[in-house]
Design a protein around this ligand. Structure first.
Ligand code: FES
Ligand code: FES
Length: 162
């Protein structure tokens, strides 16, 4: 069946089976930054954002269910050739090693910071508890989210002067 998914502001027509998972449809659309780890909702590497405000593990929903929703993936985070503050902070704080978990971590953190712009360390750890990292021990990931929270709270002019 043919469906249309709006991913990062771009409409993509895809041929899928009714049972096709959203993560597979996104990757088949050429956006391979969304990873597949467990395919069973445990690891969080497939996390995307629906309608700008809800983090969803894209292996937990069928592609057909995403029609009519705005989907944001890691490829939609950088704007105008400039990394999103979360991407910059993961880089600055060494929040990634192999990077396999990083897109999902960033999408979950993105939603967390929208709902709670100044989270405590405990709130960050809780907010990311559905995302597993096998490399970093999480400390630098937490630091990255703390840095991004600070960057996002700076006035726009101050951020541009960095
Ligand atoms: S692949 Fe979706 S949670 Fe692991
Ligand atoms: S950086 Fe390797 S799994 Fe997290």
């Amino acid at each position: 069946m043919e469906i249309t998914l709006k991913i990062n502001g771009v409409e993509k027509k895809l041929n899928v089976e009714p049972r096709t998972l959203l993560v597979h449809a996104i990757r088949d659309a050429g956006l391979t930054g969304t990873h597949i780890g467990c395919d069973s909702s445990s690891c969080g590497v497939c996390t995307v954002v629906l309608d700008g405000k809800t983090a969803v593990k894209s292996c937990t929903m069928f592609a057909v269910m995403a029609e009519g929703h705005e989907i944001t993936t890691i490829e939609g985070m950088a704007q105008g050739g400039k990394l999103h503050p979360l991407q910059q902070a993961f880089y600055d704080q060494h929040g990634l090693q192999c990077g396999y978990c990083t897109p999902g971590m960033i999408m979950s953190a993105h939603v967390l910071l929208q709902h709670n712009p100044n989270p405590t360390e405990e709130e960050i750890r809780f907010g990311l508890s559905g995302n597993l990292c096998r490399c970093t021990g999480y400390q630098n990931i937490v630091k990255a989210v703390q840095q991004a929270a600070q960057m996002l709270q700076q006035p726009a002019g101050a951020a541009a002067d960095d």
